[in-house]
Design a protein around this ligand. Sequence first.
Ligand code: FES
Length: 116
Amino acid sequence: MCIFTLKTTNTFNKWGMTNAMAAAEILCDLICGKDNPYASVFSPSRSILRPQLLLNAFETSVGLITPTVPRCPHLGCALKYNPAEHTWDCPCHGSRFTEDGELIDNPATDDRKPIK
Ligand code: FES
């Protein structure tokens, strides 16, 4: 008896090339019956309940109630300053801005408003 199993992978967003290559390796190993150390990271049944999730929820809550933090023009998340690249980065969906507020990377479509 032949059992056909369809294996798919999708939705890589900004990490498309990297995640697509990792997924291809994992799928290849699954099809060949080999173990892959990263398979659990990409498993659709993995648990998202991790300590980092609580930390992210806390930081987001603090950012939402802190009025002086610069906001992302996309959906209003509090931006974090990235001292290594001298940019303001949005932890929610990945928009990035120069120190002067000029948009570097989407999904935001507008520059960041200056802090008053
Ligand atoms: S809220 Fe900043 S990119 Fe979406």
